[in-house]
Design a protein around this ligand. Structure first.
Ligand SMILES: [Zn+2]
Length: 308
């Protein structure tokens, strides 16, 4: 028998699946009607199409009351791209490229399942576990001392309603918090996604060259070739924003600051440096300082060794 949770999950996965098809088919209109336009125009139009689909999704959620699941959306998009690759693009590529692309996708699926289920560093607040953890702190604070929580970088996630060790941010796409236990896996997945998208771009451009689909007008190419074109645009957009996202996370690791800390540093006392103004009393300013920054090399080492 299915319980309410299962029914809801199946509902949101179905909605996600429908939305992936809606997104990809709407995107395929761009190369069909604007095949002769420059790449920049096609990319801009694709962004508008994606925004329109997201807007429509929000409207549907209000109307039907069932929301899509973000991790399912990621999964189905990946399967869609993989499907287009297997059905259309792979015939134009070398055996070596085929092995690379399929290998990266299989590893991504394993990684995604792992990050969805892995504990990011959960601290049940108020439980004996959390008190023990705080008491055993080398900093010597009492269990009920709130600043010891801050100093051990345990932060609260509003989405999970839980305290997470080494909390970076809540990632809706991976359906989990990113914390001490899965931060490295998160970075590996980011790089994995970029690798999959870049290799897809290489494969699909090889396909486009071989069948000269870029030189034909939108109505001279069939649906399969059209999908090869639109998924290429989709992957190019993904590479662009994920590249920025990855750069940001590398920056954070190099300077030993977490995304949440960077955004909400005014909430955390250890990041605040009170500077008395020389012009007179009562005009103190709060400046940002990072007590965890021990130099790039040490920060990266600490991140990789998962030391506290
Ligand atoms: Zn969370």
């Amino acid at each position: 028998m299915l319980n309410l949770y299962d029914t809801k999950l199946i509902g949101s996965c179905t909605v996600s699946c429908i939305f992936v098809f809606a997104t990809q088919l709407s995107l395929s209109l761009v190369p069909r009607f604007f095949s002769a336009s420059p790449l920049f125009i096609k990319l801009t139009l694709s962004v508008f199409v994606l925004l329109a689909v997201v807007g429509f999704g929000r409207w549907c959620r209000r109307l039907i009351g069932v929301s899509a699941s973000a991790p399912a959306f990621v999964f189905f998009n990946m399967f869609f791209i993989w499907g287009v690759y297997i059905g259309v693009i792979r015939y134009a590529n070398s055996r070596c490229m085929d092995v690379v692309f399929n290998g990266v996708i299989v590893m991504l699926i394993i990684g995604l399942c792992s990050i969805l289920s892995r504990d990011p560093g959960l601290v049940p607040y108020g439980s004996s576990d959390s008190e023990e953890l705080v008491e055993s702190s080398v900093l010597g604070y009492k269990a009920d001392d709130e600043s010891s929580l801050f100093l051990r970088r345990i932060r609260y996630c509003k989405s999970c309603k839980a305290y997470i060790k080494g909390f970076d941010h809540h990632c809706p796409a991976f359906g989990n918090c990113i914390g001490k236990n899965n931060h490295v896996l998160f970075m590996v997945l980011l790089v994995g996604f970029l690798a999959a998208e870049v290799s897809y771009l290489v494969c699909s451009s090889q396909f486009a060259r071989k069948f000269q689909i870029l030189h034909r007008t939108g109505f001279e190419i069939n649906l399969a070739e059209n999908l090869a074109n639109s998924t290429m645009l989709f992957c190019l957009l993904q590479v662009l924003w994920q590249g920025v996202f990855l750069t940001w996370h590398v920056y954070c690791i190099c300077f030993n600051i977490r995304t949440d800390e960077w955004i909400n540093w005014k909430k955390y006392p250890e990041f605040q440096l009170i500077v008395q103004s020389s012009s007179g009393e009562g005009s103190a300013k709060i400046r940002f300082r990072n007590p965890y920054d021990k130099g790039i090399l040490q920060n990266v080492k600490e991140f990789l060794s998962l030391k506290e």
